[in-house]
Each structure stands twice: as structure tokens, then as C-alpha cells.
Design a protein around this ligand. Structure first.
Ligand code: ADP
Ligand code: MG
Length: 329
């Protein structure tokens, strides 16, 4: 299949319906097909922009289902927009596919395109351009969104005394990898749950809508809680203590009957794409209300202290970590 045929067939016409939607009509002056897309940034907002490359067999198994790969690629990028407090608007897609490979088959591309637009439609983000080349299999997505400048959830806003919170459960991403890559066996329901968590992480966009005026800082957890929380500490010039007892573990992780392993995955695993955010004490009643009303699923896991670095504690003693989170180099 020729490059332009591929683009037209799998990435251009698919979103005809979506382009009719109000959002795309208002903001995409010119989409796929010209040298650049022309986009109208909503007045009085700031552009939030982030790019992520997913390399086959580093960030996802190359033989995974094409729609799973596409969903994961877009969802992890949407997670960055959520973590900044931004509303998704547009994305670009740079696809590098090996020559004469199965990835160029009609079937694979159809599956990839299906997964991509299923997610794009769900989270109302519009594909506005990209690049298609041959080479080692990788996927780069650039996500763009809009954020009210005063409500951007930056990493540098935490203060001593703030509570450290996380959404949903942690550790599932690393546990899923153990299932997918290392043949860890759990019962079928738990394995299914973990695979879903890996391929379809939920960008916490709904939660962030509620947290924007409550949280003092936030990020999404992709490299393990300790490594990511440390980014908040460095940016905010503070330290943090994590209460290991309170880490939220999913039923799948609890079923493992190995709390130490589960906690290690939470603290230094990765791929969770949950939010870690800090909340000043005076805003805690608001958060408690949201949790009680089940509008948000969040857990307090620690506190911001003076100093630097992240310390983990269990029963008043320092909890030593086996490793320090995923590092590419
Ligand atoms: P150029 O040579 O000007 O870079 P290309 O030939 O790379 O243009 O792409 C033609 C058009 O198709 C551009 O509008 C580009 O944004 C779009 N495009 C290319 N690849 C993709 C893709 N994988 N997904 C979406 N749009 C794409
Ligand atoms: Mg190009």
C-alpha cells in the first residue's frame, strides 16, 4: 500500500463523522492533508502540549493486538493532558512501520485505526496530522489541549503540610507486565482486569475537572510512585513521606497474597497512569466530600515535608525499596 493511500484510508476518512462535531468544527480550521494543520486555540486559554514515543517491545509488546496498541498509545498521551489539568483538543500521529511487515497489512492497519478512533471519539480529541515513514516500529503521538492558566496543575505547587493523594489503584501496570511478559498467573478475572489496565489505562480527565481548584500540584504516574513523586518534590523544593500501609491495592494485586511484591510494584513499578496530586490541608474537606459522594476515587498516601527526596515509612520505620523505578538509560 502506498503512503498516501494508507493515510487516506486509515487516518483521514475515519474521522469524517467526528469532524462534523461542534468541537472539531470550531477549532480545526484545516486538518489532515496540507503541509500543516491550522488550529484555533480557545480564547484566553493556554496551549498544553506533550509528545510521547512508544517503541515496540519497550513500551508495548510488538505482537499485541493493533487496536490495543493504538488505544494504549493515545490513552497514555491523554493522561499527560489530564495531569496538567488540560482539556483534550487535538493530536498528531507519527507512525514508523517496518517495510514488508504484517503492520502494513489491511487487517493490522484497520485494527489500529479502529482502536485509535474509538479512543479519540471517547475523549473527544481530533487527529489533525501526522507523519508516516518506514523503519523500526514505533508510534509517536503529540497531544494538545487547552488549560485555563490559573488552573494548570503544575509540578511546582506543593507546600509543606500538603497531603499526597493518588487516584484509583496503583501497581496494576507493573503487575500487568508481569502477566503479559513473564507469564505470571492469576485467575482469569484478575488477569483480564490487569490486561485492560495495561492496554486501556483511564486518563483521569473527569477527576481532574473536580481537582483543578483543589490540588496544589499533580502529575501522572508512569515510572512508579516514588520516582514520580520525586519530580513534584524537586520542582516544589520540598520532601515527601509515603505511608506504605495506605497504598491502594486492587483486588487483583491483593489476590497475589504477596503484599511486599505488590508494594514494590506500586512504589517502583510503572505504567499506572494514575494521578498523584497534593492537597493543602484547608482543601481536604472538599476532597473528602468528593470521595464520600463517590465522585472521585482517591486515597491519601502521605504528606509533603520540608527537605528533599521521598521517604517511605511502614509502622514508623523506613521502608527500603528494592529498586528506584523505570529508567530508560
Ligand atoms: P509533508 O510531506 O508535508 O510532511 P506528508 O506527506 O508527510 O506531508 O503528509 C501529508 C498529510 O497527511 C499531512 O497533512 C500530514 O499531517 C498527514 N499525515 C501523514 N501521516 C499521517 C498519519 N499517520 N496520521 C494522520 N495524518 C497523517
Ligand atoms: Mg511528513
Amino acid at each position: 500500500m502506498r503512503e498516501f493511500e494508507l493515510i487516506r484510508k486509515f487516518f483521514q476518512h475515519e474521522q469524517a463523522d467526528l469532524l462534523l462535531e461542534e468541537k472539531a468544527q470550531a477549532s480545526v480550521v484545516l486538518g489532515i492533508g496540507d503541509d500543516c494543520a491550522l488550529l484555533q486555540i480557545p480564547t484566553s486559554k493556554q496551549l498544553a502540549i506533550s509528545v510521547d514515543t512508544l517503541v515496540a517491545d519497550v513500551h508495548f509488546p510488538a505482537d499485541a493486538k493493533p487496536d490495543d496498541i493504538a488505544e494504549r498509545a493515545l490513552r497514555t498521551n491523554l493522561s499527560d493532558l489530564a495531569a496538567m489539568g488540560a482539556e483534550p483538543l487535538w493530536f498528531t500521529l507519527a507512525l514508523t512501520l517496518p517495510k514488508n511487515s504484517e503492520y502494513l497489512s489491511e487487517e493490522w492497519l484497520r485494527g489500529f485505526s479502529r482502536g485509535l478512533f474509538r479512543t479519540a471519539n471517547q475523549y473527544e480529541i481530533v487527529l489533525v496530522g501526522g507523519d508516516t515513514t518506514s523503519g523500526p516500529f514505533s508510534i509517536t503521538i503529540q497531544a494538545m489541549g487547552a488549560v485555563d492558566s490559573q488552573y494548570a496543575l503544575r509540578r511546582d505547587g506543593a507546600s509543606v503540610g500538603d497531603f499526597i493523594c493518588v487516584t484509583n489503584y496503583l501497581g496494576d501496570g507493573a503487575a500487568a507486565l508481569a502477566v503479559i511478559q513473564n507469564g505470571l498467573q492469576l485467575d482469569e478475572t484478575h488477569e483480564h482486569y490487569l490486561r485492560e489496565r495495561f492496554y486501556r489505562p483511564t486518563p483521569r480527565l473527569a477527576e481532574v475537572n473536580l481537582l483543578r481548584s483543589i490540588a496544589s500540584s499533580a502529575l501522572d504516574i508512569s515510572d512508579g510512585l516514588v520516582a514520580d513523586l520525586n519530580h513534584i518534590c524537586e520542582a516544589s523544593d520540598v520532601g515527601a513521606v509515603i505511608d506504605v500501609e495506605n497504598l491502594p491495592l486492587s483486588p487483583a494485586l491483593l489476590a497475589l497474597n504477596d503484599v511486599h511484591q505488590a508494594r514494590t510494584w506500586v512504589l517502583s513499578g510503572g505504567d499506572d497512569y494514575e494521578l498523584c496530586f497534593t492537597v493543602p490541608p484547608e482543601k481536604m474537606p472538599e476532597l473528602a466530600m468528593l470521595i464520600a459522594q463517590e465522585k472521585i476515587n482517591a486515597t491519601v498516601v502521605g504528606e509533603i515535608i520540608s527537605g528533599s527526596g521521598v521517604r517511605c515509612e511502614l509502622d514508623g520505620e523506613t521502608y527500603e525499596l528494592d529498586s528506584l523505578g523505570y529508567q530508560h538509560f
